[in-house]
Design a protein around this ligand. Structure first.
Ligand SMILES: [Zn+2]
Length: 87
């Protein structure tokens, strides 16, 4: 069921301001949180990745795949990089 976007009421910037801050190169006030279209995101640590808004706001919401250790970024969380330095 497609929902209609009502700016200031159900756009991503209004319903999920913390997630909207990570929008990279697009306007979160023009997108509804349940949108499944893949979009670019950038976390506070400057990692970039692409998922639909739904994947950020729905029941299986995910944060940055690098920060949550679901994706290896060389020199950041790879086994030979930052993790090794912590030992
Ligand atoms: Zn990150």
């Amino acid at each position: 069921m497609a929902k209609k976007l009502i700016p200031g009421t159900n756009d991503l910037a209004t319903t999920h301001p913390e997630i909207a801050k990570q929008a990279d190169g697009w306007d979160p006030t023009t997108v509804i949180a349940s949108s499944k279209k893949r979009r670019s995101w950038k976390c506070e640590k400057e990692h970039s990745w692409k998922v639909g808004c739904y994947n950020r706001t729905g029941p299986n919401r995910k944060s940055c795949p690098v920060c949550s250790n679901q994706q290896i970024l060389a020199g950041y969380n790879d086994p030979m990089g930052s993790a090794a330095q912590q030992r």
